[in-house]
Design a protein around this ligand. Structure first.
Ligand SMILES: [Cu+2]
Length: 174
């Protein structure tokens, strides 16, 4: 048994050695897009963007989902050809705050909920899509118009940081 474990370890280390190059990351990001949004400064014409605290617990106000305005969300499929990993954070210059969210049903009401991580199964994929997991972009600093592109840096527990170019587009009707 011990010898078997050792063999596995060697294999594992050999695998690691081969993937020090970023290009060989087991993760690929496909079909990413972000919803259009408008910066509050544009909506209100107020030059002083006081950092009015948006409810830290995401409780009430976010429920509707129809809230068009200073929030956006990014969606994508994360494919994994390696061991299980977790998306644990995301960041972009165009948002003051970025959170990982899912959507849960509370009776008939769908509401968004923050999660600590989004699992990317081994040799599988994580699908971020409207009505499910998504990357919430809060406190948008500039208008996100259809056709724009934003840089989104994803942080994975094992794979580290991956930056993707995310086009802004309307979610396609499903
Ligand atoms: Cu959300």
């Amino acid at each position: 048994m011990k010898r078997f474990m050792l063999g596995l370890l060697v294999l594992f280390l050999a695998g690691c050695g081969a993937t020090t190059d970023n290009a060989a990351s087991p993760l690929t990001i496909e079909g990413s897009f972000a919803r259009p949004a408008f910066a509050p400064a544009t909506l209100m014409q107020t030059p002083t963007m006081a950092t009015t605290p948006i409810s830290p617990t995401m409780g009430g106000g976010m429920g509707g989902g129809a809230m068009m305005g200073s929030n956006s969300a990014a969606y994508m499929t994360i494919r994994n050809t390696g061991a299980a990993d977790n998306l644990i954070a995301a960041a972009t210059d165009v948002a003051g705050k970025v959170e990982l969210h899912t959507v849960t049903a509370d009776g008939d009401v769908m509401k968004m909920e923050q999660v600590e991580k989004i699992e990317v199964p081994a040799n599988g994929e994580a699908v971020l899509k409207p009505g499910g997991f998504h990357i919430m972009l809060l406190e948008i600093k500039q208008d996100l118009k259809v056709g724009d592109t934003l840089d989104l840096t994803l942080t994975f527990e094992k794979a580290g940081k991956i930056t993707v170019k995310v086009p802004v587009q309307m979610p396609s009707a499903q």
